[in-house]
Ligand binder design. Structure first.
Ligand SMILES: Cc1ncc(COP(=O)(O)O)c(C=O)c1O
Length: 414
């Protein structure tokens, strides 16, 4: 039982990750309630009538690719992000790719990003023939460490791509200050952070370009694939609009090599309805995170996400860190609690990036996060009973583990 097909590339702990000898069934604690990692069906039930009506409107008008629903969503999402323009596309990966194209990044160029991200951040850099240059993360925020940027810049550096991982904004104040001092554009990977803010301004609109994913399990998720880029630069917006539609600004005049990255009308209709609820869903996620934190603070061996008052996160994921993560995930799974791993292998150690020549130890903080991260169930409709079930079961598993780790007392000791 996993949710891998409906979550944001989530991986629940596969049975093979925990061989029977390491994880006896007797150790599993039955939860009072079954807790899915994400429950998109629960969200659909709250929207069903409204969303089906909006989809029917698109069908009646037969405006399936781009069209008025997409334009309406673009206007509203740009405003939501505090940006002048939004260009809706068919995935977050496409948005990142178009961002690279719009900044004319290409072969021989370098783009700085983090290894602690979903691989698509680096794909976009590779798609245009540039080289991803990684900097390690700040372990507290799990996002780009601005202190590492100076050492990573070379004459070939063309952009910096911080990732607002798990919904936690990167330290944009420091990153933008550094980027400005070097004349470098910043592309925000905000795929996991719709509505998060830094110093009171929403992410996505802070750098030159902000990229979002609307994959179904995201905080703002379509009923299929979707993405968008936002920008204050009208030339970038116009170029991205052309590139997403086969490089044409006028029909059948293809000014440069483009793509079919158009957003579908049905997805825009769904996203428009969901956008009106996003702030309420974010408030629910933040309340769930506060409750997890209240219940789990002080549990030995468990590191919890940190809050940064000047840049509050939107908890796309609630990621704890612990040793022996795979065995704990397997025990939770046996107790009916699904978890995810985001992400078990950092990008610099992925086989696809072997050619970059990295080795284990190059980015120790990102590697430590990969080895220890465990995403607990997190979605707006999570109930108090479900949070209680997760906290009780996890606490129990860790307490038992703590007792098992303790050396036996010598006989006669008092
Ligand atoms: C940080 C990050 N960047 C980029 C992407 C790519 O978005 P999409 O799956 O919509 O292509 C994702 C999606 O999981 C992501 O989490």
């Amino acid at each position: 039982m996993t949710t891998a097909t409906v979550t944001d590339n989530a991986m629940t702990c596969p049975p093979a990750a925990c061989p029977p000898a390491a994880c006896p069934p007797a150790a599993a604690q039955p939860a009072q309630v079954k807790v899915p990692f994400v429950d998109l069906k629960a969200q659909f039930r709250t929207l069903e009538n409204e969303v089906l009506t909006a989809i029917a409107d698109v069908c009646r008008e037969a405006r399936f690719c781009l069209g008025p629903a997409v334009e309406a969503f673009e206007a509203r999402f740009a405003e939501y992000c505090g940006a002048a323009h939004c260009v809706a596309v068919n995935s977050g990966t496409s948005a990142l790719h178009l961002a690279m194209r719009c900044l004319d990044i290409g072969p021989g160029d370098e783009v700085i990003t983090v290894p602690a991200t979903f691989v698509a951040t680096a794909w976009a850099i590779s798609y245009v023939g540039a080289r991803p240059v990684f900097v390690d993360i700040d372990p507290a925020s799990r996002t780009m460490d601005p202190q590492r940027l100076a050492a990573a810049v070379t004459p070939r550096t063309r952009a910096i791509v911080p990732v607002h991982l798990y919904g936690q904004p990167a330290d944009m104040r420091a990153i933008l200050r550094f980027a400005e001092s070097r004349g470098l554009p910043v592309i925000e990977d905000a795929a996991q952070a719709h509505g998060a803010s830094c110093d009171g301004r929403r992410v996505g609109g802070l750098g030159r370009i902000g990229c979002f994913s609307f994959y179904p399990g995201k905080n703002l998720g379509a009923f299929g694939e979707g993405g968008a880029l936002v920008t204050n630069d009208p030339d970038i917006a116009a170029r991205a609009r052309a590139l997403r539609d086969h490089g044409q600004r006028r029909r059948y005049v293809h000014e440069e090599i483009g793509y079919n990255y158009r957003m579908e009308g049905i997805q825009a209709a769904v996203l428009g309805i969901k956008l009106a609820r996003l702030d309420a869903w974010t408030a629910a996620r933040r309340a769930h995170a506060a409750e997890y934190t209240r219940r789990l603070a002080g549990v030995p061996g468990l590191t919890l996400p940190r809050e940064f008052p000047d840049r509050p996160g939107v908890y796309h994921l609630f990621v704890v860190e612990l040793d022996d993560r795979d065995a704990v995930a397997a025990r939770l799974q046996q107790a009916g609690i699904q978890t995810g791993l985001h992400y078990p292998v950092p990008v610099h150690l992925q086989p696809a990036y072997r050619h970059l020549g990295h080795a284990a130890g190059d980015f120790p903080r990102a590697e430590r996060l990969s080895a220890r991260c465990l995403s607990l169930p997190m979605f707006p409709e999570l109930t108090a009973d479900q949070i209680d079930g997760v906290c009780r079961t996890l606490t129990d598993i860790l307490a038992k583990r703590g007792r098992a780790d303790r050396p036996p007392q010598p006989s006669g000791a008092d």
